[in-house]
Design a protein around this ligand. Structure first.
Ligand SMILES: C[S@@+](CC[C@H](N)C(=O)[O-])C[C@H]1O[C@@H](n2cnc3c(N)ncnc32)[C@H](O)[C@@H]1O
Length: 236
């Protein structure tokens, strides 16, 4: 599997820690989850959000999947036996279990605002594979189970000072490649002007009508929109 995070992995926790309020994100997510307990984290990364979720509710039974071996390794170290972790892409999800809630917190897909339009930003590129990923999640949810896709602010330019005089710079551009729209995020890490690491993340952008139609085909109904936070779907 293509690990888009390999070069970023060593800096991941330090830069997301400066960019996001994970305790607040976990609290908001747990309020939506409510009394449900069996959770699937789609793109668990280094497991930060899960660590906070388990502090809020130790009875959550969480399964995390990710197709980045470098980030998943950090999740294994962070979470140990507290969760089940699988090196799997959501478009090939195959776990002998059904969940109450599946969520993608900036994981395999996220929602971004481009001017006044909400777009799905997907680490999975082809429409067929995106459709398959929604189908796979639907198959792994209980009847009435919910899918939560979070919104993200991680798609503009930014410069952040990390520890040890390391500077993180992100430059975001949008490009059309063979009539498909992509966000390209160029991540660079410098220390005293020396380039330590560089990686460009590519995300396919889909319009609201397009991804809504795909989710409906997979058997999801839009249940609620929490502007700037997340979209919630339930399985028919
Ligand atoms: C921006 S990171 C977010 C990680 C974590 N959810 C967090 O909040 O810190 C996106 C994650 O989604 C994972 N991902 C991307 N495509 C995926 C796929 N097809 N299946 C599973 N995970 C995927 C990436 O490897 C990465 O760990």
């Amino acid at each position: 599997m293509n690990d888009q995070y390999q070069q970023l992995a060593q800096f991941y926790d330090s830069f997301v820690g400066k960019n996001r309020n994970y305790p607040e994100i976990a609290t908001e997510l747990s309020e939506i989850i409510g009394k449900d307990r069996d959770l699937l984290d789609i793109g668990i990364g280094t497991g930060i959000i899960v660590e906070y979720l388990l502090q809020i509710q130790p009875l959550y039974k969480i399964t995390g999947i990710d197709n980045s071996e470098s980030l998943l390794e950090q999740a294994r170290k962070r979470l140990g036996q507290k969760v089940d972790l699988y090196y799997q892409s959501v478009s090939e999800l195959d776990i002998a279990q059904k969940f109450d809630v599946a969520y993608s917190r900036g994981g395999a897909w996220t929602l971004v605002n481009d001017k006044s339009e909400t777009m799905l930003a997907s680490h999975i590129f082809s429409s067929a594979d995106i459709q398959q990923s929604f189908d796979c999640v639907a198959k792994h949810l209980q009847e009435g189970g919910r899918l939560i896709i979070s919104s993200s602010n991680a798609y503009g330019d930014n410069v952040v000072e990390l520890d040890n005089d390391i500077i993180h710079k992100r430059v975001a551009t949008t490009e059309f490649i063979e009539n498909e729209c992509y966000a390209l995020l160029d991540y660079r890490f410098y220390q005293n002007d020396d380039l330590l690491a560089q990686q460009t993340l590519k995300l396919r952008l889909l319009s609201y009508p397009t991804f809504t139609n795909m989710l409906e085909q997979a058997g999801f109904v839009e249940q609620a929109i929490n502007p700037g936070k997340c979209y919630i779907y339930s399985k028919k």
